[in-house]
Design a protein around this ligand. Structure first.
Ligand code: 5GP
Length: 194
């Protein structure tokens, strides 16, 4: 994932010791060439797991997920963060606490698109304290579906989400793992955690 690390170094902005801004290629403007590479990498890491569907969270999880879905030949379902006029009943819902905003928001998906036969790959843009991943896992569990694992574009290894999820026996594949954002510098983990 050299292209991803290169992009983080050249275009990412360290906003504080704990927050990285990557609006230039992932969270606002999207780099399709990079997204395709990320999608193919997720597909190769989870090949042979029998994944039937990808579940992600709007909006920044959608781009890498769609490319992974294209590569794996499976649909992509994104959880919504806001109430929708068309998404009203038969919902699976989970509360996701945001440390940065200090608030809990519900995320929802329609029960129509998840079944107990599904084998789910959860994908998200960042992994920090694991709240978003937890909410998505809860939705997979509510549907009675199986979880193949979690694919993360950027894991902040100095926050505890990855350790907690792996400690629960969940397979977490992160394409870039950051050990530190101290002093405005991005320090990568030398070997991507898996
Ligand atoms: P968690 O739920 O694991 O604590 O945080 C993950 C979610 O918070 C991601 O979906 C992402 O939207 C957001 N997030 C957490 N840390 C960062 C960060 O350093 N930079 C950006 N751009 N988003 C982050």
């Amino acid at each position: 994932m050299n292209l991803l690390k290169q992009k983080i170094v050249t275009e990412g902005k360290v906003l504080s010791d704990s927050v990285l801004k990557v609006d230039g290629f992932l969270n606002h403007q999207v780099d399709p060439v990079l997204m395709q590479e990320l999608g193919e990498e997720f597909a190769s890491r989870f090949a042979g797991e029998g994944v039937t569907k990808i579940v992600t969270l709007e909006s920044s999880g959608i781009a890498p997920s769609v490319m992974a879905g294209l590569s794996m030949g499976v649909p992509v379902l994104f959880a919504r963060k806001r109430k929708s006029l068309t998404l009203t009943d038969h919902l699976y819902t989970a509360g996701v606490y945001s440390y940065t905003k200090n608030e809990t928001n519900d995320i929802s998906v329609s029960a129509d698109y998840l079944s107990s036969d599904d084998v789910i790959l959860v994908i998200d843009d960042f992994l920090a304290n694991g709240q978003a991943a937890d909410g998505l896992i809860s939705i997979v569990e509510q549907a009675g579906a199986s979880l193949a694992g979690i694919g993360i574009v950027i894991e902040k290894g100095f926050q505890n989400g990855g350790d907690v999820l792996r400690g629960r026996g969940i397979r977490v594949e992160s394409l870039a793992v950051i050990d530190s954002l101290a002093d405005g510098n991005v320090t990568f983990h030398t070997k991507e955690a898996s």
